[in-house]
Structure formats: C-alpha cells, structure tokens
Design a protein around this ligand. Sequence first.
Ligand code: RB5
Length: 154
Amino acid sequence: MRIGVASDHAGYNLKPGILAFLEEQGVEAVDYGCGEGERVDYVDYALKALAGHAAGECDRLLLICGTGIGMSMVGNKHRGIRAALCVDDYMAEMSRAHNNSNCLALGGRILPLDEALNIVKIWLNTEYEGGRHQERLDKIARIEEKNFKSLQES
Ligand code: RB5
C-alpha cells in the first residue's frame, strides 16, 4: 500500500514523524508537501495529494492541517474519497471497519505525535468489515453520482 501524505504549515509538526513511522512499518509514502517553514493554504496541498491519488500514485491519503477539519472538508468534496477526521483510536478503528475510510485527516494542533502515530497504525491495520456497511457506503456513492450528474447538466 502506498500512502500520499500532505500537510499545511499547521500540520507540518506531525509530518516528519509520520513519514518516519510509515517507513519503519514498510509502508511506502509519497510526500506532497508542504516543506518545513513554508506558510501555505491547506486547500492547495490537499488538492496536490488528491490529484496524485486520482492519477494512481497512491492508494490512500493522509492529510494534516491544524485541526484536520479543513483537510477533511476538501477531501470529502471528491468522488470516491471517504475522508475521516480522527482524534482517537476508536474513531480510527471505526473509520476503517465501518466507513472504509481511504483518507485520514489529522490535526497537528490537536494531537501529540505519539497519539497521532497510534491513530495511523490502527487506520493502516484495520480491515473494512463490508456487509451492512457497504449498503450505507453505496448510498453515499449514489449521492456523489447524483451531484456529479447535476453539475455536468448545469
Ligand atoms: C491554519 O491556520 C488552519 O486554519 C488550518 O491548518 C486548518 O486547521 C484548517 O482547517
């Protein structure tokens, strides 16, 4: 599995530790920025990572801003992206088991690195349960299709 990672300046504090952790776990990462000391808009860096994902450069995304809120908002505007903002282990587990999350959003101003790494570990290692949860995800996918069609028609 290859993970696309992006942050803004407010999420950058977690990024080097997360990249090192992924390497340690044998998980390949693609770093879409930002760099240390840069001041950037989270929207632009989410979009870089989302474009990479759409181009097949990575399988899942890990987006970090100050709270994780802005990154998750941008992620969830995209077809097929199920971005989950997680602040604890339970949310990380459920985001995979029930929501088949393919995009983890974290807050660099919310979580210390050790808690963020636990969340990442759980998110990487928890399998989606499917079954009744798939019917719900299918409903979400139908909303996306409907909105996409109405956009094309307008
Ligand atoms: C940047 O100051 C901050 O607004 C951003 O990182 C993020 O928390 C937005 O949701």
